[in-house]
Design a protein around this ligand. Structure first.
Ligand code: E4P
Length: 227
């Protein structure tokens, strides 16, 4: 399962890329609104930070299919290879996905996915990824993990190449459940990256080892001080 960062703050992305194996960055209009200004300034900066090989997902905001197609071409013209255009999985979005698949090599991520059948239709339209919104589905009283598992089953049963990029996490437990069933990718807000690994019991165990070493070797000594 690839891990992507669901954020556009350069400092946060830089820090997470240092600590974690990161395959790319996802954004949406709400995320870009937190930065403001020209969205392409932000997106170009992210692109140069994460390298040309990493995935960058950027959402089209037009409502009509023709305009979504034009926006998708514009986004990929500016941001280059490995840019995925996020298109909402709604009727005009499906129409745009079909056109893009028939007329271009543009990579599409179907977004705002709340149901397995939305994902199925997006996959049939040629989307490379579908993004089920795990926590938002939970918040509606349904089960986001179950919906994501069902999407995985549908893709497998119908021999579809579309991958899942699970999105909208509010805790590490939701991520753990999806790691166990091996979805293609998950995109996480910075706090979920840290929630995966922050644990006071682990910190205390590591501190204890260092204390024990220093108890016989001396303060701040490490294995580098011995032959
Ligand atoms: C990704 O495609 C979504 O835009 C994003 O993960 C939504 O997350 P939220 O529910 O925390 O806004």
């Amino acid at each position: 399962m690839k891990l992507l960062i669901d954020d556009a703050h350069i400092d946060a992305i830089e820090k997470i890329c240092e600590l974690f194996p990161v395959a790319g960055v996802t954004t949406n209009p709400t995320i870009l609104a937190k930065i403001g200004g020209n969205p392409f300034d932000t997106l170009k900066e992210i692109r140069s930070l994460i390298s040309e090989e990493a995935d960058l997902h950027v959402q089209a905001v037009s409502r009509r299919a023709d305009d979504i197609v034009a926006e998708a071409r514009h986004i990929t013209d500016i941001l280059g290879a490995n840019t995925f255009v996020k298109i909402p999985a709604v009727p005009e979005g499906f129409k745009a996905m079909k056109t893009l698949l028939e007329t271009s090599e543009i990579l599409v991520t179907a977004t705002a996915v709340y149901t397995p059948l939305q994902a199925f239709v997006a996959g049939q339209c040629g989307a490379a990824y579908v993004a089920p919104y795990v926590n938002r589905i939970d918040n509606m009283g349904f089960d986001g993990i179950r919906v994501t598992r069902e999407i995985k089953e549908i893709f497998s049963a119908n021999i579809m190449e579309t991958e899942i990029i699970a999105a909208s996490f509010k805790n590490a437990q939701q991520l753990l459940e999806l790691c166990k069933c091996g979805v293609g990718a998950a995109t996480l807000a910075p706090e979920i990256f840290y929630a995966m690994i922050n644990n006071s019991a682990i910190d205390s165990a590591v501190e204890h080892f260092v204390d024990d070493f220093e108890s016989f070797a001396g303060k701040d000594k490490t294995m580098l001080d011995f032959q």
